[in-house]
Design a protein around this ligand. Structure first.
Ligand code: ADP
Ligand code: MG
Length: 343
């Protein structure tokens, strides 16, 4: 065995990138989260060849200052948390300071931004992290554009795991759909190979929100679901639940958000399945778009690098609240069925 050596930062980033950047869809997820964290009200995503060749995300958010631009590409560099206490209650989607470093280590990345301090903006480029980032002036309105080209150009082993353009785009569109459902106060656009796939204006009123859900989840879901909004003991659950008659062969229309973050969670799945148990045929799956809001201190989002998983501090309480709320909502959809338990 050779002696122990510190990995060079580029290799360390590429190894870490394995956890964060699996495919084009993961890049879109991270870039959309960054745009939302920057407070953008307009976000456009342009992709080519399923996102492998190009992903360009442009926002009108807070922007990045000239001095911070090269830092944004460094690992463990974040503006979102500063102390360990901040981990106790994370209010932003990002906090690990990993995404841009990871993406730039496996692609050709250009970051152009304007934080509103000057009329023009600044740009920084990183190509597989071979070059030290150089900041140069560039025209850009307030906000940020991240352009990623040639994903995995320098990591052929990873590139081989990519699927067809269509499959990669489907994954990417699903990520876009999930995030566009999480933030109605932001307008989103998705273009693939120069064609507009989704164009979603800001949706403030309930009717406009329903319309966005219809566009992203299908008109049939909108017609066969009911809005819910239930609050109890500091927990709030709102969104749309599908009628039992709108059951699905696959669990492909289940969108659950905790404080605006797309999550997958066993406790949540179990509570929902139990709530639908009496009215759903065996092997069928419910459809829903649901938002749970609770004190950020009651949920730990620092469980996995992709931040898809959460840990509730009060699992039982969350489970019971979800079960009771949904059971009642589902029972009310079918008068004469099981009596509604009090929440
Ligand atoms: P994280 O989101 O976990 O902080 P990232 O690597 O995704 O880490 O981003 C690093 C930093 O770059 C962020 O903390 C933020 O300050 C800045 N940044 C990234 N994208 C944007 C954006 N679209 N608008 C403004 N700032 C951004
Ligand atoms: Mg981020």
């Amino acid at each position: 065995m050779s002696p122990i050596q510190l990995l060079d930062p580029r290799l360390a980033n590429q190894i870490a990138a394995g956890e964060v950047v699996e495919r084009p869809a993961s890049v879109v997820k991270e870039l959309l989260e960054n745009a939302l964290d920057a407070g953008a009200t307009q976000i456009s995503v342009e992709v080519e060849q399923g996102g492998v060749r190009l992903i360009r995300v442009r926002d009108n958010g807070a922007g990045i200052s000239q001095a911070d631009l090269p830092l944004a590409l460094s690992r463990h560099a974040t503006s979102k948390i500063t102390a360990v206490e901040d981990l106790e209650a994370i209010g932003s989607l990002g906090f690990r300071g990993e995404a841009l470093a990871a993406i730039s280590s496996v692609s050709r990345l250009t970051l152009t931004s304007n934080d509103g301090a000057e009329a023009s903006g600044w740009q920084v480029m990183a190509e597989g992290r071979d070059m030290a980032p150089v900041v140069s002036p560039a025209a850009h309105p307030q906000g940020t554009t991240v352009e990623m080209r040639d994903l995995f150009f320098n990591t052929p082993a990873r590139r081989r795991f990519l699927r067809t353009e269509k499959t990669e785009f489907n994954h990417l569109e699903e990520v876009f759909r999930r995030i566009a459902l999480s933030e109605f106060d932001t307008a989103f656009r998705l273009m693939h190979n120069q064609k507009v796939v989704h164009q979603l204006p800001i949706a403030q009123e309930h009717a406009a929100r329903s319309q966005r859900v219809g566009r992203l989840c299908g008109v049939a879901f909108m017609e066969q679901s009911v809005p819910v909004d239930i609050e109890h003991a500091g927990l709030r659950l709102h969104g749309w639940v599908g009628l039992p008659t709108f059951s699905r062969a696959q669990a492909d229309l289940q969108h659950f958000y905790v404080n605006g973050r797309v999550i997958r969670d066993k406790v949540v799945n179990h509570a929902v399945r139990q709530a639908y148990r009496d009215v759903m045929y065996h092997g069928r799956h419910a459809a829903y778009v649901l938002f749970l809001e609770l004190d950020p201190a009651l949920v730990d989002v620092n469980v996995h690098p992709t931040k898809h998983e959460v840990r509730f501090r009060e699992q039982r309480m969350v489970h019971d609240f979800l079960f009771r709320s949904l059971h009642r909502a589902v029972a009310e959809l079918r008068p004469g069925e099981a009596p509604a338990p009090a929440v």
